[in-house]
Write a protein that binds this ligand. Sequence first.
Ligand code: AMP
Ligand code: ZN
Length: 488
Amino acid sequence: MLQIYNSLTRQLEEFQPLYKDYVTFYNCGPTVYDFFHIGNARNFITFDNIRRYLIYRGYKVKFIQNITDIEDKIIRKAREEKVPVENITEKYTRYFFDYRNKLGILPADYHPRATEMIPFMIEMIKGLIEKGFAYEKGGDVLFSVAAFKDYGKLSGKKIEDLREGDRKKVKKEKEAAQDFVLWKSYKPGEPYWESPWGKGRPGWHLECSAMSMKYLGETIDIHGGGTDLQFPHHENEIAQSEAYTGKPFVKYWLHNGFLIIDGEKMSKSLGNFFMIKDVLDNYSPQTIRFFMCMSHYRKPLEYRKGILTNAQKGFNHIKDCYQFLKEHFSQTESPPFILCDELLHYQYLLPSELENFFKQLFAYKDEYESAMDEDFNFPQAVGALFNITKFLNTHLREDNVSHLPQKAAYGYALLDKLAGILGLGDPDYEKGTSKDDKTMDDIMEILLSTRQQLRKNKEFALADSIRDRLEKSGITIKDFPDKTTWSR
Ligand code: AMP
Ligand code: ZN
């Protein structure tokens, strides 16, 4: 039975999705104005592990992660660099996708951009005004916190505590400090959209409510984010969404703990961060993902000197086991993981003398599942993986061990499957994460920019012949007005 800690009820609950085995899952995405750091990566990786485990457990998961592409920080950055806002958001959205892939994180089913949803956000604001939950003030529209009686249910904050000044003053101003903005009026030089309240743009909190509702429905199963988002962002999301629909917004709220450094949250504003692109220069994606499993996802995780070297040793233990196992089962034309998936599927066809071997392996599989079933306990799950590697390393090295190729193949299949949920699958077969892929990325970047130059110089014959030759090698490239993409 899968148990999840729900930040809304502050307790462990049995996981029961709204519709049988179908799970709707939203994770707040990045604001695309900069590269992302290893603290942000903790959020992306945590929810990738959780999503993959749900899939492993047989759920059909619809996973949405937004891209916040309109926000104060983006506008500020565009101003500093004297470029249009779109240049900033395009650059960092692409960067986010690239590095998400490099970290072996599955793409969301859809990554909606906030700017695609403005008409729906305007609809929502209109509805909230009509229902008496929002009011206009000088071109801005604000949400009236006092009108929503459940305000504070996620964070435990009370409206009275949020109000500034004495009661009299608050009463006089009526709508007060705790009210938050749904629509921001236009300021010169900022991007804007037309609305019934004049030119302006949506508030950040509203974006997530709108995108979650549009893609997953009025009530969803899981909403994730870092602990810093619990208040005010998620509290405000609940208020707007529930005031608008009159229905519960989210069944299970999940929040990952902070990645900390010298006792403080890693953050851009404190300047104590390490960008993922720099960390990846020295450590593999699997090392980073192993590190993310070194603490329970809700607890703090400390980033300190030498910690990634420890994580590397930890992952190498699993990687060496993959290598050892692969040396012992007959290689075929297909990559071993395909062979092994079939093996897992047809395990009942394997010789009965292997019963004891299976029993032992299944005991560790159960241990892994129990750990993950108890609110996704990654460190304990890794402990179970280590028990598998220890068992295989010992048993398969015994003198006269029987059925070595079958045992090695089966052991490999199971290890790769379970470890893969945490992003610790065999690096030889993890798409987008091996060293070779990085080299390939670099080579393709050089090739495509050279080809771009040729096209600019109108040397189309040569540019086309590069494209055709790549096509023959199984690489397709596509030209768009502003960019060229490639895929195998
Ligand atoms: P942002 O782009 O700042 O909205 O951050 C993206 C995600 O990273 C959000 O879910 C944040 O809560 C999360 N996050 C930011 N800093 C940290 C940190 N130091 N540790 C863990 N998660 C973080
Ligand atoms: Zn959000």
